[in-house]
Ligand binder design. Structure first.
Ligand code: SF4
Length: 217
């Protein structure tokens, strides 16, 4: 698909959804008070795996009400962390990863979240998707964060024709100007939550249906 079509789609979705998605967003649109903090964005993005935004927000708020720094979580009892983050699901697995991640931040990165993809993916439970989200939302670095919504909707629309999210990332990076890379996650995620629902897309209400290869009308 031509570059201008991707830009047009992003512009239409931006008009529809305003600022779009961001870490810690609740379904009622209330913002977390930690939205600009790279450490909390990293932890919230780890918590967000395989759960809904509202559950992520509850778990993150519970955790940050008790522990606020990498040092505090690095020395915390993983069982206590698991109890706090239970709303996000998979509490034991996520607790172990979060405590382990904080130990590495303290020992290797001077208690700061690294900016490079290479350093980020060296942390537990951090793959390319989470690294791209942290780079984009925490540091304002252009990045294409391909989660399930982005991979699914980019293929439905016909922006890409891929099976592998890593290939989707590469292709979207190639077809979209760098200064709009971060908008891809911001707006396709909201579109996937509001209109292009995974099981029952509301194509009749979709503002980009005229540009979609898989509209059901
Ligand atoms: S037309 Fe339907 S399938 Fe295509 S993006 Fe819109 S809601 Fe999704």
């Amino acid at each position: 698909m031509a570059e201008k079509d991707i830009l047009l789609i992003l512009d239409i979705l931006a008009g529809e959804y305003g600022e779009g998605a961001y870490p810690g967003r609740s379904s009622d649109g209330t913002r977390p008070d930690w939205e600009r903090d790279p450490f909390r964005i990293l932890i919230a993005t780890m918590l967000s795996q395989r759960t809904r935004d509202d559950n992520t927000r509850k778990a993150a708020d519970n955790l940050f009400a008790v522990f606020s720094t990498p040092e505090e979580i690095a020395t915390a009892d993983p069982e206590e962390v698991a109890a706090l983050i239970a709303p996000a699901g998979f509490p034991r697995q996520k607790s172990e990863a979060i405590v382990g991640c904080c130990r590495i931040l303290v020992e290797r990165f001077d208690s700061k979240v690294p900016e490079s993809t290479e350093d980020l993916v060296s942390l537990p439970l951090v793959g390319r998707k989470t690294a791209a989200c942290v780079r984009s939302y925490a540091f304002g670095i252009p990045a294409v964060c391909v989660d399930t919504h982005v991979h699914r909707i980019a293929n439905l629309i016909g922006l890409v024709s891929t099976k592998d999210p890593a290939v989707t990332e590469t292709e979207l990076m190639g077809s979209t100007p760098e200064h709009r890379w971060s908008d891809i996650n911001r707006f396709l995620v909201r579109h996937g939550q509001e209109v292009c629902l995974p099981r029952n897309p509301r194509c009749g209400e979709c503002p980009i249906s005229g540009m979609c290869d898989h509209r059901r009308i």
